[in-house]
Design a binder for this molecule. Structure first.
Ligand code: DOR
Length: 446
């Protein structure tokens, strides 16, 4: 029986910050108490000066396996995840072939069992014609059904109104949506192409992938969910206007929940000048006003979850001109550090970060025994140092694509160690190669 005691740590959990010892036995949290006396077989980790958070649960990543492994793969991207304090992830279906059948879904779980350093779950991708696959899903087969209500990377657009209605009314698991209205975007692309040809300046991206395109599609998802009482989670919201759709309150009490991603809380339109296509993503990073409204909505409880939409592409692909550069940026290794910058700037509290990035994903998706620091729960934990800075260099970027929009940036905080199921998988810059995460289990209360 393996035992580890973490001593003198400041725990951030369930709205409180307190000094504690944490005893871990056989992968789970066995005791949370001001002082735990170790026996001779207990390994001790003195965490004086550090804060402990539950590991982040990222409900939106693109690890690119199978078929797009020149951009990333489960082994590399999950190693980056644990180095960043992300202990569980839910991976998207826009791979090759797209994960639109239960057989392909099962194959992804098999890959992850052998390769993933973090805990994992996979979405089934909806298409215009796979309602039979969706209907047949069992509770523990998937975290949810991903619906591209707007076209993005891959070829998974669901644009048949009847197919959409059936997905929203018949899915036995949560429906998660990418909301951008494709006809509006195509019309905007045409008018910018007429003016600038292929080399549209990057700062027009938010006018092409516009506020209206987002609002129209998010409203449609919202209305369908209301009509069919769907358990809907709308991904990566980006505009102040969309915030009017959502109400404040605890995630566990809602049928319709909302997500925002770290890059939309951090960057704004002004950053296109220095970062260009590196921060091209769908939906687009928008105005300063939008970014600030998203932060306010997180604090107000309208936004339930903060995630990454980690979407690696190669440097060469990203260095193309506007239309050719793919959308998406690698983020999973630095997401928690980005959120901690917002903490240092006084924009988010530590308690709110933990609520949105750790607790709420467990609530929204009904993940069993994770997301909180509670006795009996799996010991998915991250130790951070709020006073020790961390600079992103070529040597410490773990993404397979080898670049980060934060290259050379110095974050005010650092991730010192990460535990997944009680195993110390990351410590002081090194990811252990011999530990694998577990498949997430679901116990949905709805
Ligand atoms: O920017 C994005 N990149 N948005 C998406 O919806 C997909 C993602 C990707 O897979 O590259």
């Amino acid at each position: 029986m393996s035992k580890r005691l973490i001593t003198n740590v400041r725990v951030v959990n369930e709205g409180a910050v307190f000094e504690s010892d944490i005893l871990i036995e056989d992968g789970r949290i066995a005791r949370i108490a001001p002082e735990v006396v170790p026996d001779g077989s207990t390994e001790i980790f003195d965490a004086t000066g550090l804060h402990m958070l539950p590991g982040m649960i990222d409900d939106q990543v693109h690890f690119r396996e199978p078929g797009l492994t020149h951009k990333g793969d489960i082994a590399t991207e999950s190693a980056a995840a644990v180095a960043g304090g992300v202990t569980s992830y839910m991976d998207m279906p826009n791979v090759s072939p797209p994960t639109t059948t239960r057989t392909l879904l099962a194959e992804k779980y098999d890959l992850a069992a052998h390769r993933s350093r973090a805990n994992y779950a996979f979405y089934l991708g909806a298409s215009n014609d796979n309602i039979d696959q969706i209907q047949a899903l069992n509770d523990n087969e998937t975290c949810g059904v991903k619906v591209f209500m707007g076209a993005s990377t891959g070829n998974l657009l669901v644009n048949n109104p009847q197919a959409l209605r059936r997905i929203f009314s018949e899915s036995p698991v949560p429906v998660v949506t990418h909301c951008e209205d494709t006809p509006i975007i195509l019309a905007n692309e045409e008018s910018f192409r007429a003016k600038y040809g292929e080399n549209v300046p990057m700062e027009f991206h938010p006018q092409i992938r516009s506020e209206l395109a987002c609002y129209k599609s998010s409203s449609l998802a919202f209305d369908l969910a209301r009509e069919f009482n769907t358990r809907l989670h709308i991904l990566h919201l980006t505009t102040a206007r969309e915030m009017d759709l959502f109400s404040a309150g605890p995630a566990r009490e809602k049928r319709i929940t909302a997500e925002v991603c770290v890059h939309h809380l951090y960057f704004d339109q002004n950053d296109y000048r220095s970062k260009g296509t590196l921060i091209k993503c769908n939906p687009a990073i928008k105005t300063t006003r939008d970014r600030d409204a998203l932060v306010d909505a997180v604090n107000a409880g309208k936004i339930d979850i903060i995630a990454t939409d980690h979407a690696p592409h190669t440097w060469k692909e990203k260095k193309n001109s506007y239309f050719k550069a793919p959308a998406g940026l690698p983020l999973v290794q630095h997401a928690l550090l980005i959120l901690l910058e917002l903490y240092h700037w006084g924009r988010l509290s530590l308690e709110t970060i933990v609520e949105k990035a750790c607790h709420a994903p467990a609530e929204v998706f009904g993940i069993k025994h994770r997301g909180y620091i509670r006795e009996g729960y799996w010991a998915d934990l991250v130790l951070i140092d709020l006073r020790d800075s961390y600079t992103v260099t070529k040597d410490n970027i773990l993404y397979k694509c080898g670049w980060s929009p934060f290259y050379r940036h110095t974050f005010k905080s650092s991730v010192r160690a990460t535990l997944v199921n009680g195993e110390l998988v990351y410590k002081d810059g090194r990811v252990r190669d011999d530990v694998r995460g577990k498949r997430l289990e679901f116990d949905r209360k709805y």
